[in-house]
Each structure stands twice: as C-alpha cells, then as structure tokens.
Design a protein around this ligand. Structure first.
Ligand code: ZN
Length: 410
C-alpha cells in the first residue's frame, strides 16, 4: 500500500476512502508485525509500509510504546523540516520460557520476543519417569533461569505426537505414562501466561525455516528416536490431528534382514534400524556396549568399523524414508539435528545416496541437505517462535495492550 497520489482531487478522495476502510479493520498487530520484520522504522516508514493514515499510525505507535513493545529511539530522518522519530521493537520486553524435552534429557531456555535464547540450561532425565516428575524438573529448571523478566508464554516440546488442538501427547511410543496427559493444564496452574505444547521435530523445523529463510523444509531429529518436522509454505504441516511427520515409525525398506521389533510394538519401523536405541542394540549383539546415542557418535569419531558400518546403514534407511517425503512434498532444504547428526558424513553420505537415487531430478535440483547449525538450541528457538506467533495474533496483541500477561489474573 502506497501513500495517496497527488494528481487530482478525485483520486485522492478514493484513496482516502480506501485507507479509512483499511484503518477501520486494522490491528495494532499489523504495525507490530512490521517492526518484528524490520526491527527499527521511522514513523514515515510505518505510514508508507502499512498504508495506514498518519493518525492511526500515531495511535498504534503510542499504544505499542506504552506497552513497552516499541521504544522511541530518536534520530529519524527529517521529513519536510520536521524530524520523524524512529521506533525499535523491544524484544527484551518479556520472555517465553521454553523446554525441549527429549527421551533422555531436556533443554530449558528463556527466549526473547525474537525467539533468541537469552539463557539456557540442560538436564539429564528419563522421559519414562512420567509427566509429573519430568515437568517438576522442568519447572525447577525454569526457576534456575532467573526471575528478572516478565514471562509472556510457556512453550513445551515433547518427543511424541501431539494432538494439537487439545495440546496433549497422544499414545507416544516411548513416553510411558504420558498418554493424554494435560501438559498445558499442569503449567497453567503455575503461571499466568499462555501455555503451548508442540512436537519437538515441528519446533525444530520452524526454527530452521526462519534461520534459512526458506518456506519449504523438512527438519529431521535423529537421536534416540527419529522424527521429522515439516514446514511448507511457511506453515507447520500437522495433518488432521497432529501426527504428520512421524517417519520413525513408517516401514523401513529392508527385505533381506530378520524382522526387527520396534519399541512401538510393530516390526521393521525405520527407527528399529536407524534410531540411536536400535544401533545400540545391534552393537550390543557384537559385544560393543554403549550407554547412550552419544557413545555411538564417539565410536564413529574414533573410527570404530562396526559402529561406522551400522551408522552408514542407518543413513541409507533414513534416506529411503526421506526420499518418499521429498518426492511427495518437494522441500528446498532438509536439516539434520539430534545427537546422531554428529556422526556427520558417515551418516549423511547414506542419506544423500538414497535421496538422490530415489527421487526425480526436479525434486532434488536445488535441494540442500545440511546439518543444523542451531544444534541443541533448535528446539527451544522453534518453540519460542511458535509461541510468539500466537502471542502476536491480532486479538492477543489487543489483550496485551490492555493488560500485559504478567499483570493479568494468575
Ligand atoms: Zn515403531
């Protein structure tokens, strides 16, 4: 939307009417979105970028500044002799407390309103200790992050399928005792801020998509288990209930091997060959004892032939599973995270080999397969970004401007 043209009264009137109708349907969140994208803008920039009238822009800037989401940073360019003040988004106004819970540990972080982790901590846990023990440990770890900030959201990531509408984990293969547990309600009783619950691979996919500025991405989490987050056209693909992307429990394409039992109870899942736990099981059979997926990574780094052979085979199994997804969805980028991704080329070569073998050139012409550069902070970053997107929806911003979450009733 551009500013009205100067050529002739009728045009200006039409333009004016159109803008008034836009102003009438506009929200403070529209102006806030411009600042989230650009960081810092002058009053004139906002008028030009939004197409809103000067009076509406002034009112929006005033209310967003009063809530602490914008600050007048002065020093704007001069327009017609009058200085135009500059405003900047205040990402440090509040934090989202995030917890990326894995099978054997979690990362907690306080992230600013750009999704950047300001402070984080890691803890070792067993997810099968059950929700109350694990969430109590998460809550305690939140407390250890410090109290010098307003909390505007809680975002919890879990390594299992999440029924998104109900924010509950549903029938998770590895999370005994978590089925249908209401994680959101558990935290809602302790914090005044909104609580979101998300599958861990989905959260990673959102973080990677924003980091790489791509709209079509598959993010693989390769750890004890295997999961995939799908972001297409900039949106998480959840499917009907939230189960999309669970490639770890799709059928592996192995016909020459003995059927392998998966921990979900089925036979021959991708995870039963390529999950960290399954590689540990295979190494145990040849007398190599490991305690964690990280132990496998260490063996590969030391050049252990048995470990390298199994990780390479795991790469090919994962590659086959991904090749189908690449053919169906045509991503631009595939990123790998999770402990097993630290096997680097030993794992990656098998994945690349199969993906390029089993897809058409158009799907792989500009496809990039890379290791995540966000590492173990990918999960908490994505969780924060998802919570912030919800926080800055029009109605939610209007509510914040009336009363910030920390001041609303607990
Ligand atoms: Zn399975």
């Amino acid at each position: 939307m551009m500013s009205p043209s100067d050529d002739g009264q009728p045009g200006r009137l039409r333009e004016g009417r159109r803008m008034r109708s836009i102003d009438g349907g506009s929200h403070a969140s529209d102006v806030l979105a411009l600042f989230r994208e650009h960081g810092e803008l002058s009053r004139t920039d906002v008028i030009e970028l939004s197409g809103l009238s000067r009076s509406t822009v002034n009112q929006r800037l005033a209310s967003l500044s009063a809530a602490g989401l914008l600050a007048d940073v002065g020093g704007g360019e001069s327009t017609g002799g009058r200085p135009s003040s500059r405003f900047a988004f205040q990402a440090s106004r509040a934090v989202i407390l995030t917890a990326d819970i894995g099978a054997s540990g979690f990362v907690v972080a306080a992230c600013d309103l750009n999704g950047v982790p300001l402070v984080h901590a890691e803890r070792v846990i067993n997810v099968w200790e059950g929700p109350d023990a694990v969430l109590s440990a998460v809550d305690e770890a939140f407390g250890g992050l410090g109290h010098d900030f307003d909390v505007w959201g809680i975002a919890i990531g879990v390594p299992g399928p999440v029924e998104f509408a109900a924010r509950r984990v549903v029938n998770p293969p590895i999370m005994t005792g978590w089925d249908r547990f209401d994680i959101a309600a558990w935290f809602a009783g302790r914090y005044a801020a909104p609580v979101s619950v998300e599958n861990d691979a989905n959260a990673r996919a959102v973080a990677e998509a924003r980091l790489h500025h791509v709209d079509n991405i598959i993010s693989l989490k390769l750890g004890t288990g295997i999961g995939a987050g799908l972001v297409f056209n900039g949106q998480i693909i959840r499917g009907d209930k939230g189960a999309a992307g669970d490639i770890g429990h799709t059928q592996a394409t192995m016909s020459d091997a003995e059927p392998r039992e998966c921990r979900c109870g089925n036979l021959d899942c991708v995870e039963a060959y390529a999950g960290g736990w399954a590689i540990q099981r295979e190494l145990e059979k040849v007398g190599i004892h490991t305690n964690t997926t990280n132990d496998i990574v260490a063996l590969v780094a030391s050049g252990d032939m048995e470990a390298m052979r199994r990780v390479r085979a795991a790469g090919r199994i994962i590659g086959d599973a991904i090749a189908d997804l690449v053919s169906i969805l045509n991503p631009r980028t595939i990123t790998l995270s999770g402990q097993l991704a630290d096997c680097d080329e030993v794992l990656m070569s098998g994945i690349r080999e199969r993906v390029y073998q089993h897809t058409v050139p158009l799907a792989t012409g500009s496809l990039q397969i890379t290791k995540s550069t966000l590492g173990e902070l990918a999960g908490v970053t994505g969780l924060a970004l998802i919570a912030i997107d919800a926080l800055f929806e029009p109605e939610s911003v209007d509510a914040i401007l009336e009363a910030p979450p920390a001041l609303r009733g607990a």
